[in-house]
Design a protein around this ligand. Structure first.
Ligand code: ZN
Length: 242
């Protein structure tokens, strides 16, 4: 059973939109980017299994396979933040392919002190992954000449202390993690949350020129917000909540 709907966006992005009944995040794949035997980059692999027992990671693996990409060929896993529904499966990817793992330094520190307790609270095991490098605000250049992807990294704390959002300028795609959703914003009632920082982060992202807003979760208002005007209107609407 595949619970992920694959949506191709722009020249290089495959979005795997979660469609199960329980909780899991949307994942993003940039295939064939890195040099070497494991060229794919995967953002937010999500849960292994969620609270309803849905096999989230198997579903993602199969959805990718249907598009011709193997989980074993992932060379880098990026975490927008350290919550279980975003990075629980990171350890499995790293085990399978020896992929590198990265998130921001701020989020790593949070994960090691408080964030890993979220896993126990939700009945899971915190993944044993060590970041190979830290995501910093600014340009992250991935891959060789012809297959290069340049990602602009923005530190967008508020939902989690070291949340990042990723922006592909070329295709005007914004991957916002749990900062902003279609018609809604990330929760601010967890440890490590800050409503005032979330507001600043949303303000920062709303300045970008975005054609596709790909958020960490779908809502009743939808999943990917497509079209500049709709994205603008979405930012305008969600600012009422913060
Ligand atoms: Zn989250």
């Amino acid at each position: 059973m595949i619970y992920h709907n694959s949506v191709r966006l722009g020249a290089k992005s495959y979005c795997y939109v979660w469609q199960g009944r329980g909780n899991n995040c949307n994942a993003i794949l940039w295939p064939s980017v890195l040099r070497g035997a494991c060229p794919h980059v995967l953002v937010d692999p999500g849960h292994i299994r969620n609270e309803l027992g849905e096999p989230c990671f198997d579903s993602l693996t199969q959805a990718m396979e249907r598009d011709g990409f193997k989980m074993d060929d992932v060379g880098l896993v990026i975490g927008t933040h350290s919550h279980p529904d975003h990075i629980e499966a990171a350890e499995l990817v790293v085990e399978k392919s020896g992929a590198l793992f990265t998130l921001s330094r701020e989020e790593d520190e949070f994960y090691r002190t408080i964030g890993k307790m979220f896993f126990q609270a939700f009945g899971g095991k915190p993944p044993q992954v060590n970041p190979s490098f830290y995501l910093k605000e600014g340009d992250l250049s991935l891959g060789a000449k012809n297959s290069k992807v340049t990602v602009k990294v923005f530190l967008t704390p508020g939902h989690s202390p070291g949340s990042v959002s990723l922006y592909l300028e070329e295709d005007k795609i914004l991957i916002s993690g749990d900062v902003v959703f279609a018609g809604s914003i990330g929760r601010t009632d967890f440890p490590g949350c800050s409503p005032s920082l979330l507001r600043k982060s949303i303000d920062k992202l709303s300045q970008l020129d975005v054609e596709y807003l790909v958020s960490g979760h779908s809502t009743e208002a939808g999943s990917i917000v497509a079209g500049k005007d709709k994205v603008k209107r979405n930012f305008y609407t969600v600012k009422i909540f913060v």
